[in-house]
Design a protein around this ligand. Sequence first.
Ligand code: IPE
Ligand code: IPE
Ligand code: MG
Length: 242
Amino acid sequence: MTDSKIPKHVAIIMDGNGRWAKKKGKIRTFGHKAGVESVRAAVRFARQTGIQSLTLFAFSSENWNRPAAEVGVLMELFNFVLNSEAKRLNKNNVRLKVIGDTSRFDGGLVKKIHKAEALTENNTSLVLNIAANYGGRWDIINAAKNLAKYTIETNGKIDDISEHDFNQYMSLAEQPELDLLIRTGGEHRISNFLMWQCAYAEFYFTDTLWPDFDEQAFQLAIDDFADRQRRFGLTGEQVECK
Ligand code: IPE
Ligand code: IPE
Ligand code: MG
């Protein structure tokens, strides 16, 4: 497979944990726990395939509205995974970055996030972005506020602001453009994920529920991506001549 057929940046909406558990006659949180193994598999696969950035939607800004017990288990799980995986990610040369509004998390969890990010900050095999309390609209508003502050402080001209300048304030600035967005669990929607970054991403939807999404399932998404012609506004003929 040529290099352009391998997406540089893949994002995944990891959906379907609750339904997976229900199908097995278990409570929803059983599905969240099972989903951790799929996260490990996705990270392994991304490293082996040469993907440079992998962005996983772990908890949306809207997920706080779920029953308190479920939110509690998700927070515990996040804590647990940070404890158990940070060293392993570091050993595997993976850089961890948490994107989203972490100010709403408890202090202990925020400390752990910063510690894991600092431990892995110089790693180069893969950037693993975990989107936690993330919302696409939040990301855009946050960038707008910070860029506005900077523009005022430096007496900059509002009319000079470019898309590039704006992007510098977005969560995934300095990482490759998003090439492929995968959503498991059968729904065909974006659920307030990477709205700005999706501008020219390819979308791949699968009915596979997240705990069943293994390396083979990930490979199918990559194969599908490789078969697509990305035109970025050009004609097919123009792209073929390039
Ligand atoms: C995705 O699975 C995980 C999170 C949103 C945290 P769901 O919990 O949404 O599972 P379904 O969609 O109800 O099956
Ligand atoms: C999106 O899944 C959020 C995550 C996967 C973390 P949801 O299950 O929350 O999305 P909706 O509610 O079906 O749109
Ligand atoms: Mg869901």
